[in-house]
Design a protein around this ligand. Structure first.
Ligand SMILES: [Zn+2]
Length: 241
């Protein structure tokens, strides 16, 4: 039998839960926001302005990232400018840029294709992309699936999961997106609030290695994945019973 996890995990891994009332917006290091719309006549652009206030949406996305991945003490202050570019392109969105300057490219077609739930989809994608503006990536060595999983995990916590997301997808721990996000959420529940936040912070100054999971949970990522799959199977069985 396995020992209870509480004996394996030092308590200092888990900082206290964040305050119920988040810090005031002006106390957080908000970047300058810019907006570029490459086709104002596109139906996606019309939906965007009909459903969201750009400044408010970008601010709330930044606050969601700060709230779930950082504290007032650890919040990154290096991002000076975030540019949102609404344009015609394949895919949903992507983010690029250097430390101080980030560009989020957001597909107008993607907005138009989600017209019936445009507000939630726009805000959800903005939160996901904003995570990429601020998350740490273990000196560029973090698996892409984990980078995407952390982004969707914050989106999940921001209450902006799209209707098609289901717990228990993916055939490996770093399958990415919501598959990895739900596994991280299971780990957060098992190993305590702050697990994902601490994993992200661990990747600030160190090259990513799988052993980081063991540092935070006492278990190898391969065993964690096995346990998560067992949990998913159990939940499915229980759901069918
Ligand atoms: Zn992404």
């Amino acid at each position: 039998m396995q020992q209870p996890t509480s004996t394996l995990v030092p308590t200092y891994y888990f900082p206290p839960a964040p305050p119920k009332v988040p810090p005031r917006v002006d106390e957080w290091p908000m970047p300058t926001f810019r907006l570029r719309v490459e086709d104002l006549t596109h139906p996606g652009a019309q939906l965007f302005f009909e459903h969201v206030n750009p400044v408010q949406a970008l601010r709330e996305a930044v606050l969601a990232v700060f709230k779930w991945l950082y504290t007032t003490e650890t919040v990154p202050r290096h991002v000076e400018t975030v540019v949102l570019v609404l344009r015609s392109m394949p895919g949903a969105a992507h983010t690029s840029g250097a430390d101080i300057y980030k560009e989020i490219h957001f597909s107008l077609e993607h907005i138009a294709n989600n017209a019936s739930r445009a507000k939630d989809e726009i805000n959800g994608v903005l939160v996901h992309e904003m995570v990429h503006c601020y998350q740490y990536n273990g000196m560029g060595r973090c698996p892409g699936g984990l980078v995407e999983g952390v982004a969707d995990w914050v989106r999940l916590h921001a209450g902006l999961k799209p209707p098609h997301w289901r717990e228990g997808g993916g055939d490996k721990w770093d399958a990415g997106y919501e598959a990895t996000a739900y596994m991280l959420e299971w780990m957060e529940g098992k190993y305590g609030f702050g697990f994902v936040r601490n994993l992200n912070l661990t990747m600030r100054d160190r090259e990513y290695e799988d052993a980081m999971f063991k540092e935070h949970t006492g278990r190898k990522i391969s065993s964690l994945w096995k346990d998560y799959r067992a949990y998913v199977d159990e939940s499915r069985k229980a759901g069918k019973a």
